[in-house]
Design a protein around this ligand. Sequence first.
Ligand SMILES: C[S@@+](CC[C@H](N)C(=O)[O-])C[C@H]1O[C@@H](n2cnc3c(N)ncnc32)[C@H](O)[C@@H]1O
Length: 204
Amino acid sequence: MKFPVEEIIWATPLYEFLRRCNASPLAKEVLDCGAGGSNPPLSLFYQYGYKTFGIEIAEEALTKAQSFCAKNDMALNIIYGDMRNIPFPSERFSFVYSYNAIDFMTKPDIAISMREIARVLKSNGLCYVNFLSVDDAESWEPFCETGPAKSLLKSEGFAHFEDYEADEYFEAFEIVRKEKRLVEKLWEGRRLKQADIEYIARKR
Ligand SMILES: C[S@@+](CC[C@H](N)C(=O)[O-])C[C@H]1O[C@@H](n2cnc3c(N)ncnc32)[C@H](O)[C@@H]1O
């Protein structure tokens, strides 16, 4: 199968997750929670032969992802869904991830979503989730009054985490990799300082 260059995803931390999924003996089935947007990271897993599924709560992001699928003839199976109540049965997936998506919610809703991720994962299945760090310098503005995060998620702004704070969500897991990523980059003429904490964990 040949893919055009724009399908190389920019969500680079997911390559490490993919590498670990490829080494797992479990079936190649993956769910993305917060899967919408114009360049869905699920395309990476699709290219590696995975059966992919995604859920997305915001209509505009869902439409963009579905246009991507139609344009590139990729059946990524991205549907409407809320990770606070994942519309799949328990232990359905070998692999589940949520990339740059969970922090749009309030901390109580993040806790609910993490329990949902654990529920739909098979035993020995792997998950990847990244959280915004309190050291991130770019994400402290309150959400726009009319934006989807406020209306759909009742959230006032991004949730930020201290270095060990999100560990508590991984009680049902063994954490196999945890990395705090501090990134300084030039973006459209601005110098950005970003920080997130990412986890790869195996369900017990
Ligand atoms: C910044 S975008 C990232 C999209 C995609 N993961 C990517 O990396 O390109 C975050 C997405 O998560 C979605 N999202 C946030 N909370 C959600 C929830 N509870 N259920 C499903 N989707 C959610 C948002 O609507 C948004 O489209």
